[in-house]
Design a protein around this ligand. Structure first.
Ligand code: FAD
Length: 466
C-alpha cells in the first residue's frame, strides 16, 4: 500500500494548490480526483469557462454595438457561431486543466483518478480508474460544492438547467429565465443577453447581489435594465414546470400576486451546496455542521486532529481564491508554520461588464456595527481614460473610519474593477488610510485614477476632477 505524508481529496483550486504547497514544503503528497481532469469546479465548469464565454460575448457586443462609434465599419452581418464559441471555451479549459497536470508532475505529486472515501482516519479507498487503498498521516478534504436547487424544482439539465449546462448550450435561448440574481446568474445572463437572448432575472430579495454593498446592486441593476433584461426583484418563485420546449415559471410578487413567465430555458442559480457525497466521513468520525459543511476550527482542522478541510466544503465565501488561500494555510500549518488568513480582505468580484468588485465592510455592515465612517465616491465618467475607451459607467466608493481615516471597505463598479480591487486589498492589508492612497501617484490616464480620486473625496472632499 502506498503511504503519504498528506493525501488531498479533490483537485479544485483548494486541493491542487494545497498539494503544490505541501510538496514545496517537502511532504510526500497524493491528490485524489474523481473526474478525469484536474482543476475542480473552477477550471472545468466555473471561473475559467464562464470568463471565456464572457470574453467572447463581450467581443461580439463590442463588434455589433460599439465598433461603429470608433469608426470601424464591418461590411455585412456579424454572426455568432455558438458551436465555435463553446469549442474555444473548451480549448481554454483543456489548456488550463492540462497546466495543473503539468504542475502535479513538476512537484512530484501522485495523482489518483477515482472517488476517494474514508476507510478510517488514515486510510482512503479509491474507487475508479486508479482503484486501490492508500495510507496518509494527514488528509485534506477539498471536495468543493455542487449547484443547489429549490426543493420543488426538478432539474432536467436540458431546459431547466444549472450553470454547468449553461456553459455548453447548443443554441442561443430565445428567452432565458434566470432564478437568482447572484454572481453566477448575472454573469451567465449577461453572456446570453449579449448573444441575443431575452433575459429575465427573478430574485427573491429586493436587490440583485444581495450580499454586496447596495450601491453596487443598484448600479448593476441599471446596467441590466439598460440592456433590456427584465429584473424581477422581490419575487418568490413558486413553481418551475416544463411543457415540451417551454419552461413556465410562476413567482409571487410583493403584493401576493402570482406572475407567470414563459421561456425556453430556465437557469437555476440559487447558490451552491457543500459536496461530501460518497466521502464516508462517518468512517473517520469527521463531524459536519447542520448546513452540510465539514466542521472546522480556526486552523481549518476537523474534530479528527489529522484531518483538515478547505474551500467550498467549509464555511465562508465560496470563491476560488479563498479556497487557494486555505490550501496554502493548511499546508503551512502541517509544516509547523503559523500562517494567517484575513477573511475580511478576501475580495469579491462579478465579471459582468462593467465589472463589480469589493473588499472589506459594506455601508450596511458599518451601520449595523455602529461604526462612524466617511464616504468618498468618484465616477468613472470623469476620467479621461474611461472616456477614451468608451467605458464610462460606474464608480469607486471608499469607506474610511471617520476618526482614524483607515480604509474599511472599497466598493467599485466599472471597467477593469476586477483588477483594480487588488490595490484596495493591498492598501487595506497594510491598514492604509484614505489619505495614504490619495498621496500615491497613479499613472495617467488609467482607470486606477478613480481609486485615488475616491480616496481624495473621502479625505475632506478634495477630489480633483469632479
Ligand atoms: P471545487 O473546485 O469544487 O473542487 C472540488 C473537487 O473535488 C472536484 O473536482 C470534485 O470532482 C472533487 N471531488 C469531490 N468529491 C470527491 C471525492 N470523494 N473523491 C475524489 N474527488 C472528489 N470563484 C471565483 O473565485 N471566481 C470566479 O470567477 C468564479 N466563477 C464561478 C463561475 C461558476 C459558473 C461557478 C459554478 C463557480 C464559480 N466560482 C468562482 C466558484 C469557484 O469555482 C469555487 O469557489 C471553487 O472552485 C472552490 O474550490 P474547491 O477547491 O473548494 O472545490
Amino acid at each position: 500500500m502506498k503511504s503519504y505524508d498528506v493525501a488531498i481529496i479533490g483537485s479544485g483550486p483548494g486541493g491542487y494548490v494545497a498539494a503544490i504547497r505541501c510538496a514545496q514544503l517537502g511532504m510526500k503528497t497524493a491528490i485524489i480526483e474523481k473526474y478525469a481532469t484536474l482543476g475542480g469546479t473552477c477550471l472545468n465548469v466555473g471561473c475559467i469557462p464562464s470568463k471565456a464565454l464572457l470574453s467572447s460575448s463581450h467581443h461580439y457586443e463590442e463588434a455589433t454595438k460599439h465598433f461603429e462609434d470608433h469608426g470601424i465599419e464591418i461590411p455585412g452581418d456579424i454572426k455568432v457561431n455558438l458551436e465555435k464559441m463553446i469549442a474555444r471555451k473548451q480549448a481554454v479549459v483543456d489548456q488550463t486543466t492540462g497546466g495543473v497536470d503539468f504542475l502535479m508532475k513538476k512537484n512530484n505529486i501522485d495523482v489518483f483518478e477515482g472517488l476517494g472515501s474514508f476507510k478510517d482516519a488514515t486510510h482512503i479507498t479509491i474507487d475508479g480508474k486508479d482503484a486501490q487503498e492508500i495510507e496518509a498521516k494527514n488528509i485534506i478534504i477539498a471536495t468543493g460544492s455542487k449547484p443547489s436547487t429549490l426543493p420543488f424544482i426538478t432539474l432536467d439539465k436540458e431546459r431547466i438547467i444549472t450553470s454547468t449546462e449553461a456553459l455548453k448550450l447548443k443554441e442561443i435561448p430565445k428567452h432565458m429565465i434566470i432564478i437568482g440574481g447572484g454572481v453566477i446568474g448575472l454573469e451567465l445572463g449577461q453572456v446570453y443577453r449579449r448573444l441575443g437572448a431575452e433575459v429575465t432575472v427573478i430574485e427573491y430579495m429586493d436587490r440583485i447581489l444581495p450580499t454586496m454593498d447596495a450601491g453596487l446592486s443598484k448600479e448593476l441593476n441599471k446596467v441590466f435594465k439598460k440592456a433590456k433584461c427584465k429584473m424581477m426583484l422581490s419575487h418568490k418563485v413558486q413553481s418551475v414546470e416544463r411543457n415540451g420546449d417551454e419552461v413556465i415559471v410562476k413567482a409571487e410578487n410583493k403584493k401576493g400576486e402570482v406572475v407567470e413567465f414563459k421561456g425556453d430555458y430556465c437557469l437555476v442559480s440559487v447558490g451552491r451546496r457543500p459536496y461530501t457525497d460518497g466521502l464516508n466521513l462517518d468512517a473517520a468520525g469527521v463531524k459536519m455542521t447542520d448546513r452540510g459543511q465539514v466542521e472546522v476550527n480556526e486552523h481549518l482542522q476537523t474534530n479528527v486532529s489529522n484531518i483538515y478541510a478547505i474551500g467550498d466544503v467549509v464555511k465562508g465565501a465560496m470563491l476560488a481564491h479563498k479556497a487557494e488561500e486555505e490550501g496554502v494555510f493548511v499546508a503551512e500549518t502541517l509544516a509547523g508554520q503559523k500562517p494567517h488568513i484575513d477573511y475580511n480582505l478576501i475580495p469579491g468580484v462579478v465579471y459582468t461588464w462593467p465589472e463589480v468588485a469589493a473588499v472589506g465592510k459594506t455601508e450596511e455592515e458599518l451601520k449595523e456595527a455602529g461604526t462612524a465612517y466617511k464616504v468618498g465616491q468618484f465616477p468613472f465618467r470623469a476620467l479621461g481614460r474611461a472616456r477614451a475607451s468608451g467605458d464610462t459607467d460606474g464608480f469607486v466608493k471608499i469607506l474610511a473610519d471617520k476618526t482614524t481615516d483607515e480604509v474599511l471597505g472599497v466598493h467599485m463598479i466599472g471597467a477593469r474593477c476586477a483588477d483594480l480591487i487588488a490595490e484596495a486589498v493591498t492598501a487595506m492589508e497594510f491598514r492604509a488610510s484614505a489619505e495614504d492612497i490619495s498621496r500615491m501617484s497613479h499613472a495617467h490616464p488609467t482607470f486606477a485614477e478613480a481609486v485615488k480620486e475616491a480616496a481624495l473625496a473621502a479625505t475632506d472632499d478634495r477630489a480633483l476632477h469632479v
